[in-house]
Ligand binder design. Structure first.
Ligand SMILES: [Fe+2]
Length: 258
């Protein structure tokens, strides 16, 4: 198969000319953002990773203003060189990993309604922006994300490989915990956008397991309830440094599966 140039994704017709139409946000949208922001933010100084707390200050999110991607992209350009790319909700795996591999974080622009504050079928921009984007200011974290996506693109024709790599994404980017000064903290966006799971993930109810590539690759996850186990990293460098192991164990699992 011919290898595509790395930046193929930018001319992909599925992205069309999608932008955040900021003027289209309604008073209800602003109210939803504010309620969610004010409900979750007070929990975070104690619960979130320092990288997230530093990040949310860098990106300057606040309760009264829905995140503005144009302003955000100017800030990210100066910190890690990443940017947010507007996508039409859930997207195909090749586009998803293709964007990440080009340092573009895919995000929706719609906000949940007042009637859906606690339950969502798919991630809205409160999740995508509030929970993910502050972490895009952390260099080893984004470098990990870029390279992990590069591994996924190599295997994009193989749904089983993508499923295995999704477990890594799931238990780190979405549901990862980190140990900081001996205490468990959250960096996973799936937890950070849920007040309930923020409390639950740090409690004694679930199991906390030291980051273990082989174990994660063998670990199924569920999407419709809290996880019963969370994997704990020691640092963001640890994620980055685990990339060769991810690739090696993946190859081993794919080889033995045939
Ligand atoms: Fe997410």
């Amino acid at each position: 198969m011919m290898e595509k140039p790395k930046n193929w994704v930018f001319s992909d017709p599925r992205l069309q000319d999608l932008r955040q139409e900021y003027a289209q946000y309604t008073p209800e949208d602003f109210k939803v953002w504010k309620i969610l922001f004010e409900r979750q933010m007070p929990n975070l100084p104690k619960a979130a990773s320092q990288a997230y707390l530093d990040g949310i200050e860098t990106v300057a999110f606040n309760a009264d203003k829905i995140a503005n991607f144009e302003e955000l992209n100017q800030i990210l350009a100066k910190t890690t060189g990443w940017a947010v790319q507007v996508v039409p909700g859930l997207i195909d795996d090749d586009l998803f990993f293709g964007l990440l591999n080009n340092r573009r974080f895919p995000s929706s622009t719609w906000l949940r309604k007042m009637s859906q504050l606690d339950y969502l079928e798919e991630p809205d921009m409160f999740h995508d922006a509030f929970a993910h984007m502050p972490m895009l200011t952390n260099q080893p974290y984004v470098d990990f994300l870029e390279k992990l996506s590069g591994i996924a693109l190599k295997h994009i024709e193989d749904p089983w490989a993508i499923q295995l790599l999704s477990r890594i994404y799931w238990f780190t980017i979405e549901f990862g915990l980190i140990k900081e000064n001996g205490e468990l903290k959250i960096y996973g966006a799936g937890i950070l956008s849920s007040a309930g799971e923020t409390k639950f993930s740090l409690s004694n109810e679930p199991v906390h397991i030291p980051y273990d590539v082989r174990r994660i690759l063998n670990q199924e996850y569920w999407k419709d309830r809290f996880q019963d186990k969370y994997f704990v990293i020691e640092s963001y460098e640890q994620l980055y440094e685990s990339l060769p192991e991810i690739e090696a164990v993946l190859e081993e699992m794919l080889g033995s599966g045939k």
